[in-house]
Design a protein around this ligand. Structure first.
Ligand SMILES: Nc1ncnc2c1ncn2[C@@H]1O[C@H](COP(=O)(O)OP(=O)(O)OP(=O)(O)O)[C@@H](O)[C@H]1O
Ligand SMILES: [Mg+2]
Length: 267
């Protein structure tokens, strides 16, 4: 079973990146860490978890500790929140809470990216779902996007949403070309009502990997807290995304590892 970094990102607006990332984390059948790496801040601790935990916890604390003593790995595990206690199978790394924390995190994106890649090979292995926030605001966490096995560009399905997504896609493609990231890992994740998937894919020249329905009741719970039911349309659709996402990762991994193996034999 392929495990990997799966990054979610948007153009601008709030199409539902955090909601989608959380819904996937709560429904997929694999060990997952949801890392809130939106530079403009995390929202799950205060929202879905209702501020249930005392004190600061998460990415910002790991960053400060890493800058202090360079032991990111040890601090990382102590800063996670178990979303499915006591199983420790669905873990949250809460995002930053203020500008000072954001300042500590920015120089460490590459360090986090390198570390997240090692989680794929850990015992047990974890997938990392990364909420990267909006591309067109401030400074997105580029090293995490470049390290991701797949980047899901989350977009609404209306005309204005598509123009926001188009800008984000072009910015990502430019960056990936400049940094020699192998092509083919970008996909669209469409949220809500509007144009059909085929039209969106044609307009943005990118395959659509899935669709999450407009489901305000469930989204409200994921955003502000409460009990989420797996039978709700949003949770079912998020759960159903696991198959196309992982078959994409399996196909990409097979393609990317073949040439390496061949070179190895030739030498
Ligand atoms: N599938 C959905 N159906 C209905 N409402 C949704 C859905 N997904 C998200 N929402 C609602 O839209 C709003 C924005 O969602 P969310 O915070 O996930 O967006 P975002 O893209 O992460 O935004 P930001 O860039 O500000 O972090 C929230 O009020 C959320 O409840
Ligand atoms: Mg968000």
């Amino acid at each position: 079973m392929t495990v990997a970094i799966i990054a979610l990102v948007s153009g601008k607006g709030a199409p539902g990146v955090t909601t989608a990332a959380l819904a996937c984390t709560l429904t997929w059948h694999r060990r997952l860490v949801l890392a809130e790496c939106d530079p403009s801040g995390g929202s799950i601790l205060a929202g879905y978890l209702g501020g249930a935990l005392e004190g600061r916890r998460g990415l910002g604390e790991v960053a400060v500790a890493e800058l202090r003593d360079g032991n990111l790995e040890a601090h990382f595990w102590s800063q996670l929140v178990d979303l499915d206690a006591p199983k420790r199978e669905r873990l949250l790394l809460p995002g930053v809470v203020d500008a000072a924390q954001a300042g500590s995190v920015t120089p460490l994106w590459q360090r986090f990216a390198d570390f997240f890649v090692t989680l794929e090979r850990g015992q047990p292995p974890f997938d990392v779902v990364v909420d990267c926030g909006r591309i067109q605001v401030g400074n997105p966490p580029w090293p995490l996007l470049r390290a991701a096995a797949t980047v899901l560009v989350v977009t609404g399905a209306r005309l204005a949403d598509l123009s926001a997504a188009r800008g984000a896609i072009r910015a990502i493609e430019r960056d990936f070309t400049d940094h020699r990231v192998p092509p083919g890992n970008l996909r669209l994740l469409v949220v809500g009502d509007g144009h059909p998937k085929a039209e969106i894919s044609k307009a943005l020249k990118l395959p659509v990997i899935g669709h999450l329905p407009d489901d305000p009741r469930t989204a409200e719970v994921l955003t502000h807290g409460g009990t989420v039911r797996s039978s709700r349309p949003l949770m079912r659709a998020a759960g159903a995304l696991e198959v196309p996402v992982h078959s994409l990762l399996d196909r990409r991994r097979a393609r990317l590892t073949w040439p390496t193996a061949e070179v190895g034999h030739a030498v």
